[in-house]
Design a protein around this ligand. Structure first.
Ligand code: FMN
Length: 317
């Protein structure tokens, strides 16, 4: 197999290197996988309208994430069980993000402790994804979890009785910013803002939960509109190229998160593989900004009609 040169090339490598169980767990989506296919396909239904001759010799790709500046708007999404992909596991992923100044989101279902990740990547941007447990002690991290399969874990421990008011409880026990993930409608986004969250991740969990929900890039505009600048909006799901990043950012996301591509990079070559995946997205994003005639993320977000649904162009067919 030839060396990977774009993010999707890493997928074929990962398929070759991973055990069948790991591959099936990582690549699968819910039910008929309609949303899984659409997460990627939907990006292709938006078209770019460049504005050239705009001196793009200096391009600033940086963006802000809850007040922190990152050099390019791509971070690592929380994915469970990173050591299934590579023995370096979450530390390899977190180090790759750290070396490029990007952010790393640790999963509740990690194969590495939060303490070990913190020690390996001092001073870098890290978020903790938290499933809320039936036991408040467990959510606060002061009670351990018995080892068990992932399905058992979800049914045994995760709290299905969770309500909006529990966000207020979460905010009351921590000084950390609270970001709500898996917001996919304007109505949910409005509720999240009412509950004073610091950010929203427009996400459908990589299409692994409710099949039939919209692709995240299609849901983004209504959510950005509903939030109206009251908190940061991020997106994950189906991001595979620098132009996907550009589309999401131009449509109002402060940054995007990538899940499966990081697992593929990890399977390919541990920390170096993840670094390659992130670097490709960074370089492609930078180049697409230049080709669009955009000098900054702000310019990208303030530009008019830079990204349009393909229905903007009536088909003659
Ligand atoms: C194998 C796998 C495991 C995941 N585990 C978690 C998890 O533990 N917690 C979580 O919030 N999201 C989890 N996700 C969802 C990701 O955080 C993210 O929303 C999704 O992967 C983004 O889509 P993408 O894979 O197309 O980039 C997982 C996704 C995958 C593919």
């Amino acid at each position: 197999m030839s060396q990977p040169i774009c993010v999707n090339d890493f997928e074929a490598w990962a398929k070759n290197k991973l055990t069948k169980n790991a591959w099936d767990y990582y690549c699968g989506g819910a039910t008929e996988e309609q949303t899984l296919q659409d997460n990627c396909a939907a990006f292709k239904r938006y078209r770019l309208r460049p504005y050239v001759l705009n001196d793009v010799s200096q391009v600033d790709t940086s963006s802000s994430v809850l007040g922190d500046t990152i050099p390019f708007p791509v971070c690592i999404a929380s994915t469970a069980l990173n050591k299934l992909a590579h023995e370096g596991g979450e530390i390899a992923s977190a180090k790759a993000a750290s070396s490029l100044g990007s952010g790393f989101m640790q999963s509740t279902v990690s194969t590495t402790s939060i303490e070990d990740i913190a020690e390996a990547t001092p001073g870098s941007l890290k978020w903790m994804q938290l499933y809320i447990f039936k036991s408040q002690k467990m959510s606060k991290g002061i009670q351990g979890v018995d080892g068990s399969g992932i399905k058992d874990f979800a049914t045994k421990y995760i709290d299905p009785a969770l309500q909006w008011k529990d966000i207020l409880w979460l905010k009351s026990i921590s000084k950390l910013p609270v970001v709500l993930k898996e917001i996919i409608t304007a109505e949910m986004a409005q509720k999240a803002v009412e509950h004073k969250v610091d950010g929203i991740v427009v996400s459908n969990h990589g299409a692994r939960q409710l099949d039939g929900v919209p692709a995240t890039i299609d849901a983004l505009p209504e959510i950005v509109k509903a939030v109206n600048g009251k908190c940061d909006v991020f997106l994950d799901g189906g991001v595979r190229t620098g132009t996907d990043v550009l589309k999401a950012v131009a449509m109002g996301a402060k940054a995007v998160f990538v899940g499966r591509p990081v697992l593929w990079g990890l399977a390919y070559d541990g920390e170096n593989g993840v670094k390659s995946v992130l670097s490709i997205l960074r370089d492609e994003f930078r180049m697409s900004m230049q080709l669009m005639g955009c000098r900054s993320v702000k310019g990208l977000q303030e530009g008019k009609n830079l990204v349009v649904p393909q229905t903007f162009y009536p088909s003659n067919l």
